[in-house]
Ligand binder design. Structure first.
Ligand code: ADP
Ligand code: MG
Length: 817
């Protein structure tokens, strides 16, 4: 047995743990045991000198899950022949479980996809391919630069990422990465592998022509699933190219800073959380995907808006659709499981229930003024009826224990069940029949373990025994017989339970096979349901929170009337959210500098504008009274270093890296949100950098920029740059107290109110008094830029200098340039 084990072990990569079935246990040996025992919290034992540990097979799923969670890959060797004395049981590695290919749905979050991805570099291009094995979703993309690849990786959050073993140095430091055979990535080989899988002559039909790097990655992912993990991939029927040119690019840092799908304070505080009123897992996953991949194409966005408008115009149909959607479960993943031969009767039953809601949904959707949605929902009347009539009300998860099939579905099964349920009754009836036939009233049918059922007749009646009785045994005053009829019945009664279970299993397999013949239609329908669900959710949100339909333009404008922050608007406790207008015009207000005291609402406001743009470009309605959004190609959102201490590196360095990325990649069509940039270093450095960045964005890039800053000097830019406009967040001073009005007003803030904010925070009174004294001293001598108070008049004075206006000590510094 150990030789068999070693031979198997040799076929596996070193890091894969082998769980080896031994009777009622899965055992692990040698290094595997040492690695696994502490993770599984089971005893590490020794047989002879071999370290080993084991888990009972009936609880194995849970243990496997723990290993996967710990980032391990696990091979399962099952026994494939029945144990016979003196003979080695045959074993086979049936599958290898990995984090990127989990298909036990209880281990997965149904709100998000679980990706296995691969990257590959060919020439200057980086290719990425991505499979969700649970659904069969398969996409690829190609990038001109490594940064964009990294951003997409940050979006998809793959659980497992393959890197060609000959290119490890080209992809350093990627999360969850794993080297894989470089040969599988070679575009010729990979292309052939994909063509064979999809059974096509060319991949051009999938839009892959010329995408060599991406094709290499795609071939490798599939190769890994099929050959190394031994998974069925028959349900992977489609390959989709993600064109980065079609999407609004949002780099990893911006995605984080905007809290699109994740936030430190939980899902409720993300854009996703504020929009997710989806009812199905397909919808939840799709909405996430839409948010991470906003679109640039106006037509597609308008089509989505039209659908939302159609739902809003018919609130009754909207609520009916949502009612139907609530009854639909994860068709997509269920179908995926069934197609891989791994689903059970509960999956079939859930599928049947879900499909039962499709006709009503189609009916409702086709009554909308946008009926095209309905055409992608297939007709499953026959399949639904089949599942309904064949499956028991609440079938068990186990496939071999019976109880899955409904009475009346199979006459043969019904008979077997009747016999096994009513074994005694059958015997009693037969005994009665035999008594009638022979006229022997004392005839008895009995049972013993030696020859099963028999007929016993006392010696007095022996003369009446019919010819078809065969004598088996002679007793003191009776004879025992059997008949073919009796043996036949015995066979039925004794084996009936076993055979009814076996028959149920076969009937189940047949049902599953029938379902899988509808795979394409099921996948298309699941995708359409996801889309309808997202559109319904967006319509519902629009209705609940009074969102409006934004006008989409191919321009550099951004005009929002009474805009609100989509998340705070819904989550703010106590206070009511104060709406604000935004007017960005290419000629005179594309760069807006926003000043105001801490806590006034600067960060909130600039993010609100960015989020409204993102929402408009997923096709959603936006939290405003009205909005005109000139479509953007990229969104950047940067937060000054000291606002973001949670990351490890030198935060100022990170801030500068991220700022460099903006300056190098923003275009005229981009939207840039800068929050306190330059804060992570000394004041003069910081101000100088902020100043230069603002100038560059205004003069060279020409993009739309919102710049929240505490460097009041920056507001001087308005005087020398035509498209710079100053704004501030209104506050009112009252008895040394500060009242936040949350209103954005034209013009620069007159002072920072730092001391008033400190008072709000509860700084001791003597400290506040002392600070006030120091401040007035500083203002008098004007040594620090922030301390320079600006009267309302100074605010509008146009200055001719191209440098920050500064007082003598500062002038010296800037004068050096
Ligand atoms: P700043 O960046 O100016 O320091 P923030 O944008 O962080 O201020 O806002 C501070 C707090 O003020 C927010 O957490 C929010 O609770 C509240 N707030 C901001 N804007 C608004 C608004 N428009 N309406 C209501 N409350 C707001
Ligand atoms: Mg702030």
């Amino acid at each position: 047995m150990m030789a068999q084990y070693q031979a198997m072990r040799r076929t596996l990569p070193a890091d894969v743990l082998l769980m080896y079935r031994l009777g009622d246990f899965y055992e692990m040996f040698f290094e595997d045991a040492k690695v696994a025992a502490p993770i599984l919290n089971v005893a590490l034992t020794k047989r002879h000198t071999t370290p080993m540990c084991g888990v009972p097979y009936h609880a194995a799923e849970g243990y496997m899950a723990r290993l996967l969670k710990a980032g391990k890959r696990v091979a399962i060797a099952e026994q494939t022949s029945d144990p016979k004395p003196g003979k080695l049981v045959e074993r086979e590695i049936t599958r290898i479980l990995t984090a990127g290919s989990i298909d036990n749905l209880s281990l997965l979050d149904d709100q998000r996809p679980n990706y296995l991805a691969a990257v590959f570099r060919q020439g200057k291009k980086s290719g990425l391919a991505c499979v969700d094995h649970t659904t069969g979703e398969f996409t690829l993309a190609e990038f001109d630069d490594g940064g964009q690849l990294a951003d997409e990786l940050a979006r998809i959050q793959a659980s497992e990422l393959l890197i060609p073993d000959h290119q490890l140095s080209e992809f350093p430091g990627l999360a969850n990465s794993l080297p894989y055979d470089g040969y599988a990535f070679l575009p010729d080989h990979a292309g052939q592998f994909l063509r064979d899988h999809f059974n096509v002559h060319s991949l051009d039909g999938y839009g892959c022509s010329g995408l060599h790097a991406a094709t290499g990655a795609a071939g490798a992912v599939l190769h890994y699933l099929i050959h190394q993990l031994r998974r069925s991939c028959d349900h992977i029927r489609n390959l989709r190219v993600r064109e980065s040119a079609c999407h609004v690019l949002i780099d990893a840092a911006s995605q984080r800073n905007l809290d699109l799908v994740e936030s430190r304070s939980g899902k409720a505080h993300t854009l996703l959380g504020s929009l997710d009123r989806t009812a199905t897992p397909m919808g939840a996953r799709l909405l996430r995907d839409w948010i991470l991949h906003p679109l640039r194409e106006r037509e597609t966005l308008m089509a989505r808006q039209d659908c939302i408008a159609a739902f809003l115009a018919e609130p009754y149909l909207l609520s009916k659709c949502r009612e139907s959607l609530k009854g639909i479960r994860d068709i997509e993943r269920t179908t995926g499981r069934l197609a891989q031969g791994s689903g059970n009767a509960r999956d079939l039953s859930a599928l049947g229930v879900s499909l039962g809601h499709v006709p009503a949904l189609r009916e409702d959707v086709s009554n909308l003024s946008q009926p095209q949605l309905a055409s992608r929902l297939h007709d499953f009347t026959d399949l639904t009826r089949l599942l309904e009539t064949a499956l028991a009300e609440e079938p068990p998860a186990n496939l071999k224990e019976g109880g899955m099939i409904r009475d009346g579905w199979s006459p043969e099964l019904d008979e077997l069940r009747a016999i096994s349920r009513d074994g005694k009754g059958f015997i009693a009836r037969m005994q009665e029949e035999e008594r009638q036939r022979t006229g022997i009233d004392s005839l008895k049918i009995k049972f013993n373990n030696v020859f099963g059922y028999f007929i016993e007749i006392t010696t007095t009646h022996l003369a009446k025994v019919p010819d078809d009785y065969t004598r088996k045994q002679t007793m003191a005053n009776a004879e025992r017989y059997i008949t073919p009829g009796l043996k036949d019945m015995e066979h039925k009664v004794l084996g009936s339970e076993e055979r009814s279970k076996q028959l149920e299993y076969e009937l189940f397999l047949d049902l599953r096979k029938q379902v899988v013949t509808h795979l394409d239609a099921l996948q298309q329908t699941a995708a359409a349901i996801g889309e309808i669900d997202v559109l319904c959710a967006l319509a519902e949100t629009a209705q609940l929170h009074r969102h409006c339909r934004p006008v989409l333009e191919e321009s550099g404008r951004l005009v929002i009337v009474n805009g609100r922050h989509p998340v705070l608007d819904q989550t703010l406790q106590g206070e009511k959210f104060v709406p604000n207008d935004t007017t960005m015009e290419p000629e005179d207000s594309r760069l807006q500098i926003l000043t105001g005291p801490n806590m006034a609402g600067k960060s909130t406001y600039i993010r609100q504008v960015a989020l409204i743009a993102v929402m408009a470009q997923i096709g959603a309605y936006v939290p405003a009274e009205s909005a005109v959004v000139g479509l953007v190609d990229r969104v950047f959102c940067r937060v000054g270093a000291s606002d973001d201490l949670s990351r490890g590196q030198s935060t100022f360095m990170v801030e500068m890296n991220e700022t460099a990325l903006i300056l190098n990649h923003a275009t005229e069509r981009s939207l840039v949100i800068l929050d306190e940039i330059g804060r992570g270093t000394a004041t003069f450095d910081g101000l100088s950098i902020a100043w230069a960045v603002a100038e560059h964005l205004h003069d060279i890039t020409g993009c739309r920029t919102l710049f929240a800053t505490h460097y009041h000097e920056l507001t001087d830019l308005e005087a020398t740059r035509p498209a710079v406009a100053n704004f501030n967040v209104a506050v009112r001073e009252w008895n040394d107290e500060i009242i936040f009005l949350r209103k954005i007003l034209p013009g620069a803030a007159d002072k920072s109110y730092g001391i008033q904010v400190a008072r709000l925070a509860g700084l001791p009174k003597p400290v506040l008094e002392r600070a006030k004294a120091i401040l007035s001293h500083l203002e008098l001598h004007s040594v620090k830029p922030e301390a320079k108070a600006r009267g309302p008049k100074a605010k509008n004075t146009r200055q001719t200098t191209d440098m920050p206006s500064a007082n003598p000590p500062q002038m010296d510094l800037f004068g050096q340039f």
